[in-house]
Design a protein around this ligand. Structure first.
Ligand SMILES: Cc1ncc(COP(=O)(O)O)c(C=O)c1O
Length: 417
């Protein structure tokens, strides 16, 4: 007799699921309440919050809120009905695509309902079984899952290592000669954990030696990097060499949806071949019109990005000055790397949240090596320099406690009443 699938899955909860009973509602699935911003309520109390990718502070911007609510009251959430190809297209969807193309400096853009699905589906559409994917070892889950659909060969290069990429491109080129296929290199503009930038310019340079196309996921770079905020391609002055430029609305745009910018023939091909768009309902009107407004603010209010970088520089400079290891970030993503065990990480985070009223994300093994605790801070344009000072003081205090073994005690650090 066959086994019961349900019995199997509940006995194999997965690397995160095994912590569900202890962590749910506090370390996992926490509820941040009140208006989105640097101060939000967690566990009934106001906390200084560094965990949202609301880089430009647009989530709660009055003009954004107004555009969202006006569009919702005019159209509701249902409009347009159906997939864009069949019955769900609108002038607003096309306007947003044109505005995005102008902003990032690509000839054409296709809107996507979600970033994750979009990347999976774009990879699926662009490569066939004769083609070879060469990808960065630390690629986001959506890239890895896109590759799961790929039935051709794939080669992984060591994270951000150009020598390793060259080696894999040599293998891929030899194989492509046999299969008659092409090569797609996939990497990210900004790696969301370390804050390092993909070496896009150096990868583009490799096109002189190898024949490949470059796909870049710039989820964290769009809106934060480059002179105008057009992303990591602009920052590194190599946007023309990026053949498929992807970003999501989930971070700087503080919305839902995503897009790909590329040459018109490629965008036309994607419109008619991306299964996640052809077989799914179009982006609802409030998200489309709301995104047009967000993009307008990104384009016309440079002070948003200036404020973000003022906070980034104060936070990263202050942490370094205080002796913290923030790794190799060159972007707003700010990892603070400490040494300790997972139980110590849990006690320390509890202490930070309950006694210092600071909320940030905590990352432990297997995302970082064993023995490393990463506290990940995301500065935004709406944080203040006082927020930065308060945070650095708290971090000094918890690091002292960590180093002196206070978090090794059995009981969780107790909350102040
Ligand atoms: C690098 C990267 N790619 C893709 C995504 C997925 O985007 P979305 O939230 O729009 O599905 C994320 C997270 O949001 C991301 O960090």
């Amino acid at each position: 007799m066959a086994n019961d699938i349900f019995e199997k899955v509940v006995n194999r909860m997965g690397p995160l699921g095994i912590h569900a009973d202890d962590a749910h509602g506090y370390f996992t699935f926490p509820k941040l309440e009140g208006p989105i911003g640097p101060r939000m309520i967690f566990n009934g109390k106001m906390k200084l919050n560094w965990s949202l990718n609301n880089y430009l502070g647009l989530a709660n911007h009055p003009e954004v809120m107004k555009a969202d609510t006006d569009a919702a009251s005019q159209y509701g959430m249902a409009y347009p009905m159906g997939a864009r190809m069949m019955s769900g297209n609108s002038n607003y969807h096309e306007q947003l695509e044109r505005d995005l193309a102008d902003f990032i400096g690509k000839p054409d853009v296709i809107l996507l309902n979600f970033g994750y699905q979009g990347v999976v589906s774009a990879i699926d559409a662009l490569v066939d079984r004769h083609d070879i994917i060469v990808y960065d070892a630390e690629s986001h889950a959506c890239i890895i899952d896109g590759m799961r659909l790929h039935i051709g060969k794939r080669f992984m290069f060591q994270h951000n290592n150009i020598e390793s990429l060259e080696k894999q491109l040599n293998h891929a080129t030899k194989l492509a000669d046999k299969t008659g296929g092409g090569i797609m290199v996939i990497t990210e503009g900004v790696f969301g954990m370390s804050g390092s930038q993909g070496k896009l310019k150096e990868i583009v340079e490799l096109k002189k030696k190898f024949n490949f196309r470059l796909f870049v996921d710039d989820a964290h770079g769009f809106g934060t990097m480059g002179k105008t905020g057009a992303g990591t391609g602009e920052e590194q002055n190599c946007m023309d060499g990026i053949d498929v430029y992807f970003s999501t609305f989930a971070k700087s745009m503080a919305g839902i949806g995503a897009f790909i910018g590329s040459d018109p023939q490629i965008i036309k091909y994607l419109r008619y071949n991306m299964r996640s768009q052809i077989y799914a309902k179009a982006l609802p009107m409030p998200l489309t019109i709301g995104s047009i407004k967000r993009l307008e603010l990104m384009r016309t209010r440079p002070e948003l990005k200036d404020n973000l970088w003022k906070i980034v520089n104060a936070l990263q400079g202050g942490l370094k000055e205080a002796g913290f290891n923030i790794g190799i970030t060159t972007t707003p993503v700010t990892p603070v790397l400490l040494n300790g065990t997972i139980p110590e990480a849990t006690h320390m985070t509890f202490d930070l949240r309950e006694n210092f009223d600071i909320f940030c994300s905590i990352v432990v093994y297997p995302v970082v090596p064993k023995g490393v605790i990463m506290l990940r801070l995301i500065p935004t344009a709406v944080h203040t320099l006082d927020d930065v000072q308060e945070t650095i003081a708290a971090f000094k205090a918890i690091k002292h406690k960590l180093d002196s073994g206070e978090y090794r005690k059995e009981k969780l650090a107790t909350a102040k009443s």
